[in-house]
Design a protein around this ligand. Sequence first.
Ligand code: ARG
Ligand code: ZN
Length: 878
Amino acid sequence: MKDAQPRAIYLKDYQAPDYWIDTTDLTFDLFEDHALVTSVLGVRRNEDHGEDTPELTLVGIDLELVSVCVDDTELTPAQYIQGSESLTVPVASQAFSLTVVTRIRPQENTSLEGLYKSNGMFCTQCEAEGFRKITYYLDRPDVMSKFTTKVIADKGRYPVLLSNGNDIARGEFDGGRHWVTWEDPFKKPSYLFALVGGDLEVVEDTFTTMSGKEVALRIFTESHNIDKCDHAMVSLKKSMKWDEEVYGREYDLDIFMIVAVDHFNMGAMENKGLNIFNSSCVLASPDTATDASYQRVEAIVAHEYFHNWSGNRVTCRDWFQLSLKEGFTVFRDAEFSADMNSRGVKRIEDATVMKTAQFAEDAGPMAHPIRPQSFIEISNFYTLTVYEKGCEVVRMIQTIVGKDNFRKGSDLYFDRHDGEAATCEDFVKAMEDASGVDLSQFRNWYNQAGTPVITVTDHFNPSSRQYSLTIGQSCPATPGQDSKLPFHIPVAIALLDQKGQALPLNEVGETEQVLQVTAANETWTFDGLTEKPLPSILRNFSAPVRVNYDYRREDLVFLMKYDSDGYNRWDAGQRLATEVIQDLVKGLLKGEEAEIDSKLIEAFGVVLADEQLDKAVKTEMLRLPTEASLAEQAEEIHPLQICEARSRVRKAIAVAHKNQIQALYQTLEQKGDYSPEATEIAERTLRNTCLGYLSELEDDSQQQLAVDQYRSAGNMTDLRAAMSAVINSSYQSQETIDALLNDFLDRYKNDSVVMDSWFMMQSASPSLGTLEHVKSLLEHASFDSTSPNKLRALLGGFASGNMKQFHSGSGEGYEFLADWIITLDKQNPQTASRLMTPLTRWKKYEPVCREHMRKALERIKAVPDLSTDIYEVVTKSL
Ligand code: ARG
Ligand code: ZN
């Protein structure tokens, strides 16, 4: 029997396992309607637990049990207990071998967890708790085992058979079947197990490690995609080199493999020696991938590769420690990307994700600390908080202890815990021991949810020539945490004089200082100033907090011009634009025609004209805050007014600066062959940003510009930018829009990854992406409701990317989404659960939307037999 109601499990209840599994020998016999899994486990009692554990309970889900043997003796059904999700066998000795044979049905596994089929290929996804869908096991990360895997399948259909480690033997059977045996010399938890069987092509290369060992690199895809693997391969080699140079980490096996699969719940998975990727995170060619996709492929290849140390060699003791590997690895890949591309832009992008999406999560019903204290379904905790805020927490440690100490701390951490399942506490302790810096108070970041707010006030005393900054901190209540202890927050600041120069803050003339904010309220005093400076606060986004300081609008314009910190320079513009748009929203709600503050329009003109400004940063500064960001910062969300106000400001900027934008567009004329190199990306992005503004103009020649760019585009970046400009314009005819959409379809209908963008561009378009249109796209031949990528593109694009259409009507958009969530919950709970996010924020919306969203949630909640995934999100949300 299944539990009537799913129950939460708690970090405080953690106990080491009663048994260890030293060796795991698996045999997979793969057939067209089932797979037979034989598992031989070398089990040993955990001696620390004494002798009072007379039985061993393994977990398993959706398994057909065929037989159970203990040390060569087959057990009768009376000798073991089979629960709905468990198998309990009697234990008579300290160490024994347990053989379990199960039958599973990969072909029917639509959850994409465990062993399943994607486009005719067998593949696995075991993190976090998918291995239990393959065989009975101690499916928990602190049980680490040496795996040997034999895969047997039809040779014609599945010529390629892969698993972790090195292939040590292979052979053929009569009847066209063949087998390969893989041995992974490193102990690993079951979540890092992987298997692949399919008709795949391979791209090969090699990498020579710092100690001179040659590693074979192999990327596998379906044959029609084999020409799109070069960028992933280049990225892999760069990652391997970078991890040696920056962290001293060398690769440890003879082979490193990546396999691209179309049906995948997440981005990618770091299985030891055999990473499995969502196709969209591997494949790239100038014709099919945008600059953003190129950078995403590079970042994800790096992320999964870096996990080989931060995740695999040192893994997590339990799933509450998920941020130990994810936060640290995101930090590592962010630094890698910053080194490979524009550091300034990377920081702005990451801060944007934090401030729009993560802050929203931290302010919503699912808020949790980066190390959660409880969960019902761990799959719901692969969140922006665990990943991105976790990364920011690691970054703060580096800021506090300094770069050199951080590296010493990371060396110590890897050294101390190599081959172990560790905790977040182990990581912090290593940093503390290596640096000698006390991080006791800093640990609150691991325990407390919510986004801290720092409130800054200042005072200048001309007679004493002293300037003081007072910083107070607070953190709003989050579910289960009404009051919080003060955080240790590193706040980087500079003080600008009236010319915009940063003043020296100490004897050695440093112009930036990191204030260690630890108290609820504290004052810093700076001596010898002749005038009141303008503070530049939280430079480089030195902590994941909100900053309250009463900047006048002219101060923000000043910072936009002069702040030497790229992030703060950008942030000043975002603050200004947000205030101006908020004014318009207020006006719209009162039925008034509020004026657009000319300071913003002028400031954008200055940015446009600034020839010194780095093009990549310039582009960021020309972007208005997204609707999601405006919603996050609103006290009460009025979605339609936000869309309207933002769109008016965009138009006003285009009208006011038409000539300048046009000129800039022309000077950035594209040239030569495509390359994903940073300076070229910057030019393309700036040029396409200009195109976006020009398409706001009611002017035939400007409208023609986007169509012309579409016709002449030499790469996917320019093609897609042109397509979006056309689709989102209110001045293009339906005929033109349809012509381009059909042309795109003709060219790319056979490319699944590119088709995702075709769906997404439409569903996320405020003008085109009506509910009716989205519904019609569901019927399109290229749509596939078993593909998480397609669902995310069409349903996610609509519900998370199209504020105007999703929230218009009388809750029909919510009802539509709810219907899909209910349907998908039976098929793929993880993907269904991710689609819930927009509805969970219902309490922040204006009353009419709020009530409709609540009703949609109530309807989901009333459905019998919800998955633990949906059950947890819906009950916490209501
Ligand atoms: N460890 C993977 C990564 O971040 C994420 C995989 C999680 N998968 C899942 N179905 N929850 O690289
Ligand atoms: Zn990861």
